[in-house]
Design a protein around this ligand. Sequence first.
Ligand SMILES: Cc1cc2nc3c(=O)[nH]c(=O)nc-3n(C[C@H](O)[C@H](O)[C@H](O)COP(=O)(O)OP(=O)(O)OC[C@H]3O[C@@H](n4cnc5c(N)ncnc54)[C@H](O)[C@@H]3O)c2cc1C
Length: 408
Amino acid sequence: MNTSTQCIIIGASHAAVQLIISLRQNGWAGGITVISDEAHLPYQRPPLSKAYLANTVQDEQLALRAPAAYEKLDISFKLNTRVTAIDTDKKHVHLDNGDLLSFDKLALCTGARARPLPIPGADLNAVHYLRTMDDVKGIQASAATAKSAVIIGGGYIGLETAASLTKLGVKVTVLETESRLLKRVASPQVSAFYLRLHTEEGIDIRLNTQAAELMGDQTLSQVVCADGTAIEADMAIIGIGVIANTELATDAGLAVDNGIVVNEFAQTSHADIVAAGDCTNHPNPILNRNLRLESVPNAVEQAKAAAASLCGGEKPYAELPWFWSDQFDVKLQIAGMNQGYTEAVVRGDINNGRSFSVFYTANNKILAADCINRPKDFMLAKKLILQNIECNSASLSDEHIELKSLLQ
Ligand SMILES: Cc1cc2nc3c(=O)[nH]c(=O)nc-3n(C[C@H](O)[C@H](O)[C@H](O)COP(=O)(O)OP(=O)(O)OC[C@H]3O[C@@H](n4cnc5c(N)ncnc54)[C@H](O)[C@@H]3O)c2cc1C
């Protein structure tokens, strides 16, 4: 392969790192330049709300690769640098320092950013979002002196943050506008379990509650809810979802529709530009639909397809989505996606203790499973889903019947 060809990767996170590795594995001999608007070499994002916030993982352990690995792969990084525009005709990118960089191939691994909360006081000191390592450093600085925190949003990030701050000795209140936690992603049964878990751990969960105003003299002191209730708080974290970073792609004339539109080979509507990770809207042949995912396994597997395309090969991205979340002593592993399920079958005791699985079925087929502290169920659920095995509710819920025996 031509050693003078240049590949530029925008973003330096999970998708970008896999892309670098796969490019070299696929024989890309040209230059690779990674441009990131963050100050750090690529690091793992999932521990940010978990072990890193709880202070049990240090900065070095967060690194996705040691710096020497990038040297060995001959990667050039431009950190603290933002790409402001892509010229698809001239094939160069504009940087915020005024420079232009030419590319032969371009990869958009721009991910997503925290969704801002448009209420008064959201810019006060001690009000935080949680997407980056620097965000967590800010949260930790506030937590060092805080006695109480309000978390706005009862999704995974909000709940993981609630668990980590509780471990740090901060009294936490979670505000959720919906009638249950995790409403967008979990079934009512699993939502009820998380309400029990967090309540057992001393967290004050307030459902059907909307934060209307953050008040304080420069620094937050109170969160006022839409019903007029005021909650004293030394800090707040806003976790109300993310927005995909698609503006560069839109401005460059690429197809964008709830994410940068790519095909199964991670190719955008421009022949020399691929995209991977949280920023893409891609087809999933197993689920038979297009979707945008926010998960590390998605970023990594899609980046492998993108690298193959950049090297002139074809490696379709066709994986069953899976996710995880750690809160207190509970590891949730999710296989598949439960949209369209008609029955939620519980295996184990969902009302007591912290170990059970919920299988989501339709027409006697499993679409997805939420496995709480049950790694074995998770592994088998993946196989049952992928092999499209027929199983009835009775055998899924009966713990005397081994799940393994349902595999053909
Ligand atoms: C707190 C937290 C916990 C999470 N927990 C889990 C979990 O348990 N399991 C799981 O699977 N997933 C989890 N996720 C989601 C997971 O981290 C993402 O799916 C993953 O990081 C996506 O990787 P990515 O490479 O697509 O993009 P990102 O990680 O979003 O990285 C994109 C990078 O590109 C940069 N960038 C964007 N635009 C530009 C530009 N114009 N110029 C230069 N740089 C730019 C961004 O600043 C960012 O650094 C979590 C996310 C967060 C925030």
